[in-house]
Ligand binder design. Structure first.
Ligand SMILES: NC(=O)c1ccc[n+]([C@@H]2O[C@H](COP(=O)([O-])OP(=O)(O)OC[C@H]3O[C@@H](n4cnc5c(N)ncnc54)[C@H](OP(=O)(O)O)[C@@H]3O)[C@@H](O)[C@H]2O)c1
Length: 321
């Protein structure tokens, strides 16, 4: 049974519009050795993952998703794929759902499609892919059909126009495919602070269901441009590059966690960063990319328990400045 503190935290999150995904059993963290000091033992994953609603439909999405750029670009080599099977299993077993990929992430769609099929996990997943570096309807359609083949599926959940390339033609195609039931949502993506003004203009023009943008404690532009607009227009927000492609974690690796980390149930810098990114209510999901199941588990833990309050957010920004 939940103790009073857990109950209060759950009730507060629910009141703030954050729901909880169904409880998923996940006990992949090795038990702490009797000789290890208690403070050094990482906490096991204790679900459920928090969820947030897609504004256009109310569909609940677990707040920790995953990316595939770099991490899943390993080709056909069985030894390189083996750790990614664990990354996927850890994600699915914890109740994770949304996976972001793109046809231009070299072999990522092929690897992801094969591993999902092997794990028989397709029905549990929300696959987001992209129309990427294509021009005109025919090129976009051919790429999308190839994505379906590579992903071993007949539809995706979200089709995004990548980095605002040929937006008018590609979002028109994505909407056509949505009408045909080939995607449930359409979206726009970018990944840099200097792309946010154009992204905001195109959000107003095209009113997609989803937008994907970069956000971290050291890249906070989205707070001023994208989040208020997403709230106004009812657009779901997916966050990429929360770790600044891993640089933020490397920067903090040897520094002790702040004393208040335990108050929010975090035992790593990765969890604090992800909790930071998830704190604005406009954010629907964050998609950290990893090639290691222990990092996947670490990231998933950030999607449980409390997020950060304003004071904790300020302290994290100051620690990483
Ligand atoms: N324009 C766009 O649409 C766009 C642009 C950029 C990214 N994206 C999407 O966003 C996803 C995420 O962005 P990203 O891949 O650029 O960078 P990221 O998620 O900020 O960082 C990934 C790096 O963090 C490391 N990492 C992950 N979890 C960790 C943990 N718990 N502890 C320590 N290190 C950890 C990974 O290394 P390990 O493998 O060692 O864990 C990897 O090097 C991409 O994969 C892609 O799907 C989209």
């Amino acid at each position: 049974m939940a103790n009073r503190r857990e109950f209060i935290s759950t009730a507060t999150l629910t009141a703030a519009g954050i729901a909880l995904a169904p409880l998923a059993a996940c006990s992949q963290e090795p038990a702490a050795s009797a000789a290890a000091p208690a403070a050094a033992a990482p906490k096991p994953f204790k679900g459920p993952l928090l969820t947030r609603a897609v504004p256009s439909t109310g569909e609940k999405i677990p707040v920790i998703g995953m990316g595939t750029s770099g991490s899943f670009e390993v080709g056909t080599d069985a030894a390189s794929r083996a750790p990614l099977r664990e990354v996927l299993d850890t994600f699915v077993n914890a109740g994770g759902s949304l996976i972001d990929t793109a046809p231009t992430y070299s072999t990522a769609e092929d690897v992801l499609g094969d591993l999902i099929a092997d794990a028989k996990a397709r029905q549990k997943l929300f696959i987001a892919t992209k129309l990427s570096r294509v021009s005109g309807r025919e090129e976009g359609l051919a790429q999308f059909n190839d994505s379906l083949r590579r992903l071993k599926t007949d539809k995706v959940e979200l089709l995004q126009v990548h980095n605002l390339g040929d937006t008018a033609a590609q979002i028109a195609l994505a909407r056509e495919l949505k009408q045909q039931g080939k995607t449930r949502y359409v979206g726009l993506t970018h990944y840099r602070e200097d792309g946010q003004a154009q992204l905001a203009a195109e959000m107003r023009q095209h009113k997609p269901d989803w937008v994907q943008i970069n956000y971290s404690p050291v890249s906070r532009g989205a707070e001023k441009t994208i989040f208020p607009l997403a709230r106004e227009l009812g657009i779901a927000v997916m966050i990429n590059r929360a770790f600044e492609d891993g640089r933020l974690i490397s920067q903090m690796r040897d520094k002790p966690l702040p004393p208040w980390a335990a108050e929010v149930g975090a035992d790593s810098w990765a969890q604090l960063i992800l909790k930071y990114v998830l704190s604005p209510p406009e954010v629907t999901v964050v998609i950290p990319a990893t090639s290691k199941s222990r990092h996947q588990l670490d990231n998933l833990k950030a999607g449980t328990g409390q997020l950060l309050d304003a004071k904790q957010r300020d302290a994290l920004v100051a620690a990483m400045a």
